[in-house]
Design a protein around this ligand. Structure first.
Ligand code: SAM
Length: 271
């Protein structure tokens, strides 16, 4: 395994379809109204969704900015954008990197990003780009997973994975929680010249059909999927059945509480 490999959540076309069908409704959709409320999105605004994936936030924003507003979704991954285009062909979807957004300066009223910034190789540069493209007085809102310590079932899962697949595997599966320190996260905004107006630690949930699905989702969405040695996946599943037994419901589903971080910031008006 390449030691400097960065987890960027680059799903295949097949996994992008599964993401939209299974995991947007049961996990990602719950956060969009919260982020859009925080960012104060209203009628007529121009909104950018950075790391839009299959478009759940952009679609929800489109309902709020009509009539007269416009929503654009930008993502690195064409497979995610292909799903976004199929589901909402009326919106604008653009391939691009958060570290160098393909838009003119001061071209949006609001920039939002949900569950994506922890995958950007340089989060500070991405926030500077968000500031560049938002107009003076505009709003930037970001929602990311909280810390690993604040998400105990994932801490248990990560311990099992690193026991069987090693420390590099641990680094890959903990990428999700890389921006969980709210002070550090807020610091990116302040350093970019944005004024943080609100922060929060919202709690939602992730519902899986089974322990096998936990392993499938959490390993196969990373470069680890498909490259574990013989018997390793089976050993991880077996140990997770014990470690995560307390999160299995009476119907056999697995229900994890999930804590996030929200930062809302304003691009100060020029004087
Ligand atoms: C977990 S998905 C979240 C998607 C969507 N915001 C949602 O809430 O469903 C993370 C997304 O970030 C995108 N991404 C990762 N690195 C990126 C980058 N440098 N620039 C733009 N998008 C990126 C991935 O392609 C993926 O679609």
């Amino acid at each position: 395994m390449n030691r400097t490999e960065q987890e960027t959540f680059q799903l295949t076309a097949e996994l992008a379809e599964a993401y939209e069908e299974l995991f947007v409704p049961r996990f990602f959709a719950q956060w969009a109204p919260y982020l859009l409320d925080g960012a104060g999105i209203t009628t007529g605004q121009q909104v950018l969704d950075v790391g839009c994936g299959t478009g759940v936030v952009a679609r929800a924003a489109a309902g709020r900015v009509a009539p007269g507003g416009k929503v654009v979704g930008v993502d690195l991954n064409e497979a995610m954008l292909a799903v976004a285009r199929r589901v909402a062909p009326e919106l604008r979807w653009q391939q691009g990197d958060a570290g160098g957004l393909p838009f003119d300066s001061e071209s949006f009223d609001v920039v939002v990003s949900q569950m994506a910034m922890m995958f950007f190789p340089e989060p500070a540069a991405a926030v500077r780009e968000m500031r560049r493209v938002v107009c003076p007085g505009g709003t930037v809102g970001v929602l990311v997973p909280g810390s690993l310590a604040g998400n105990p079932p994932y801490e248990l899962f990560v311990d099992v994975v690193s026991r069987h697949a090693g420390e590099e595997a641990r680094r890959l599966v903990t990428s999700y929680f890389a921006l969980g320190d709210l002070d550090r996260l807020s610091g990116y905004f302040a350093d970019a010249g944005l004024a943080v107006t609100a922060t929060d630690r919202p709690v939602g949930e992730f519902r899986y059909d089974s322990i096998d699905q936990v392993i499938g989702v959490e390993l196969d969405s990373t470069p680890l999927g498909g490259r574990l040695g013989p018997g390793v996946r089976e050993a991880i599943v077996a140990d997770c059945r014990t470690a995560l037994a307390g999160y299995v419901t009476g119907t056999g589903e697995v229900l994890f509480p999930f804590e996030c971080r929200l930062v809302i910031a304003t691009n100060r008006l020029k004087v």
